[in-house]
Write a protein that binds this ligand. Structure first.
Ligand code: AMP
Ligand code: MN
Ligand code: MN
Ligand code: MN
Length: 277
């Protein structure tokens, strides 16, 4: 069976490996079809495509766009995008703007909570100055021993209601789906099981996404618990969405599920790649 991983990060966003190194890692893990989906940025795609070609792996251009919907941050993955499309590039640039200022505010809050020097500390981990992420702060907090691991950092800091949480207004759902579709891509709701919506609100998100031309949801992802695979497979069928699969790889040993070590999609769903080959 084809091994497909359509959600990964490089150091062009908040991963630690270069795009080429992610490609090589995916290939070694047995991946046949692979997408790079950096947050709000397509700058790694050319290198990723070249590295995938070198190892004979099918490459899919991708991106993961941060949006705000019903006051929550939601991630929309775009697959098979034309990464040169002008509206997409302008939209992503707009989405990235403000990340540096947010980083300074996160650092100020952490300083007030007794952790000085977090901006400079996080910056050491940043591969792309346009893309300072909470993940970079999390790595710094682990480095200085404030927390044992990255999930613990998010429990104690950086999340809503905790020190280091700075609300940020991202793109709209309409914008993100519009940029992706305008660039010839397929829009996918990333890790739907991770959002804290009621069933009612989740249904509204799915309906609105579908009306805008959204086509798929992630079903098997490193960000879902195993019992969510079946739950979101059923929801994909109920709403008529294609199903996607991806590790959400960020760094060796850092992800909740190791690279490509995910089960296949449950029976009954239509894979988002069903008509690609
Ligand atoms: P940002 O886009 O800067 O707000 O950072 C979001 C990133 O933080 C996500 O893409 C994940 O990589 C990471 N993240 C968020 N929540 C968690 C969590 N609970 N555990 C581990 N990583 C997380
Ligand atoms: Mn991330
Ligand atoms: Mn995400
Ligand atoms: Mn991701």
């Amino acid at each position: 069976m084809l091994k497909v991983d359509l959600h990964c990060h490089s150091n062009v966003s908040d991963g630690v490996l270069t795009p080429a190194a992610v490609a090589q890692t995916a290939h070694r893990a047995g991946v046949d079809v692979w997408a790079l989906t950096d947050h709000d940025e397509v700058g790694g795609i050319a290198a990723a495509r070249a590295a995938a070609a070198d190892v004979g792996m099918q490459f899919i251009s991708g991106v993961e766009i941060s949006i705000t919907w019903a006051k929550e941050t939601v991630h929309i993955v775009g697959l098979r995008i034309d990464e040169h499309h002008a509206d997409l590039l302008a939209g992503l640039a707009c989405t990235r703007a403000g990340r540096d200022n947010r980083g300074r505010e996160i650092a100020a809050q952490l300083a007030a909570a007794g952790i000085p020097g977090a901006y400079e500390g996080a910056l050491k981990y940043v591969g792309n100055p346009d893309l300072m992420s909470r993940t970079h702060f999390a790595r710094f907090l682990v480095e200085i021993g404030a927390c044992a691991n990255i999930p613990d950092v998010f429990k104690k800091y950086l999340s809503e209601g905790k020190p280091g949480y700075v609300p940020h207004c991202w793109a709209s759902l309409t914008d993100a789906v519009g940029w992706i579709r305008g660039a010839g891509g397929i829009a996918v709701i990333a890790h739907p099981g991770r959002y804290r919506f009621s069933d009612l609100a989740e249904g509204e998100l799915f309906n609105e996404f579908k009306q805008l031309g959204g086509a798929a949801i992630e079903v098997v992802t490193g960000s879902h618990s195993p019992n969510q695979y079946g739950e979101y497979a059923q929801l994909a069928q109920r709403y008529g969405f294609l199903a996607s699969r991806g590790s959400d790889f960020h760094a060796p040993g850092e992800s909740r599920v190791d690279f490509a070590a995910l089960p296949p999609l449950p029976a009954g769903v239509t894979p988002v790649w069903h008509d690609w080959f």
